[in-house]
Design a protein around this ligand. Structure first.
Ligand code: UDP
Ligand code: MG
Length: 327
């Protein structure tokens, strides 16, 4: 049993979902058994304070395909997903919410779509069953994300997704970056597509994400945009800003000198010297910051054996030559 190949892994982060998990598990079992594939279901209990873990423990006694990872405290959904990703064995990994808003019946559609040759399929909750405020914000948010990241999908926040193994083994989710899995994957060169999924209102329990969460999401968007564009060359970002400031600094410095020594106009009443000093100091700071960032990314990539690229395939290499995340 241990060595049996697993085809499908389901990853579900749960935080205080005691009223939902049993029903979800039974539905999942029904759908997955109908597929005739080997599977595992991994629940990550993200520090629940209700009976979530006890219920999972009971269920797992009857079915060894149900696996549970319990966190000591609430680390957040991104971290829970990462833990799940590090433990999956399946060729395909499906992530979904644990609150029954996503319907396991959609799983076959996801699998069908990814077999068309994609690496990641994202669900699109085209009729979202959530409070109106959340719907509006999420719409603006998704438009902005699509525009800034270049991934043309409607619903980057939808947790319902299917991944090929390479993708889950390569993605690192810091902070609350789970919203940007499609962008991060696309940026690594994976092929991303979407399918429409039905969405259901939350029946039991409370939503853990309000509007504040969405606002924080905007900050994450800036991070993702920065990482996507400049992670391998931060000096270009800071350096450009620095050079522009320096240019204006020298311009106003030049003007200052001309006024003072050639036109002999008193500068006592103008801000020119101040502006000059300000622009030059800030410009130099920006360039130094860029150099520091360059040093930091070297520390980021080198000692941990990380590469700033992601390889799709290798030919004629021994698997151990460079750490292969999929093995
Ligand atoms: N969740 C989690 N850790 C958290 C918050 C949420 O694992 O800190 C889980 C939660 O139990 C659910 C999923 O993430 O399975 C989505 O959460 P929720 O339904 O509250 O978000 P919404 O659908 O309202 O955006
Ligand atoms: Mg929900």
């Amino acid at each position: 049993m241990e060595n049996q190949k697993i085809e499908i892994s389901i990853v579900i982060p749960v935080y205080n979902e005691e009223e939902n998990i049993k029903e979800l598990f039974l539905k999942l079992e029904r759908v997955l058994n109908g597929l005739n594939k080997t599977y595992e279901i991994i629940f990550i209990d993200d520090g629940s304070t209700d009976k979530t873990f006890d219920i999972l423990k009971d269920l797992s006694k009857e079915d060894e395909k149900l696996k549970v990872i319990q966190f000591r405290r609430n680390f957040g959904k991104s971290v829970a997903l990462t833990a799940g990703f590090e433990h999956v064995k399946g060729d395909f990994t499906i992530t979904m919410d644990g609150d029954l808003q996503d319907d396991p019946e959609e799983i076959p559609n996801f699998l069908e779509k990814i077999k068309e040759g994609y690496d990641l399929i994202v669900g699109w909750k085209y009729e979202r069953k959530d409070p109106i405020g959340k719907k509006i914000f999420s719409k603006i948010f998704n438009k902005l994300t699509a525009w800034l990241t270049g991934v043309k999908i409607h619903d980057s926040n939808c947790c319902f997704k299917v991944f090929r193994k390479e993708v889950v083994k390569n993605i690192k989710l810091h902070g609350e970056l789970h919203r940007y899995i499609p962008a991060l994957s696309y940026w690594q060169g994976y092929k991303v597509a979407e399918i429409k999924v039905k969405h259901y209102p939350r029946k039991h329990g409370k939503s853990k994400y309000g509007l504040m969460r969405l606002l924080k999401g905007f900050l994450d968007l800036i991070t993702v945009k920065f990482l996507m564009t400049y992670l391998t060359r931060p000096i270009h970002f800071f350096g450009q800003a620095g050079l522009i400031l320096l240019f204006f600094g020298f311009l106003s410095g030049g003007a200052t000198l001309i006024f003072k020594f050639i036109l002999r106009i008193s500068l006592a009443n103008t801000q020119l010297p101040l502006i000059t000093v300000f622009l030059i100091i800030v410009g130099v700071q920006f360039i130094l910051m860029g150099i520091l960032a360059e040093i930091l990314i070297r520390i980021y990539y080198e000692p941990r054996g990380k590469s700033p690229y992601s390889i799709k395939e290798k030919i004629n290499f021994q698997p151990s030559e460079k750490n292969d995340p999929t093995s």
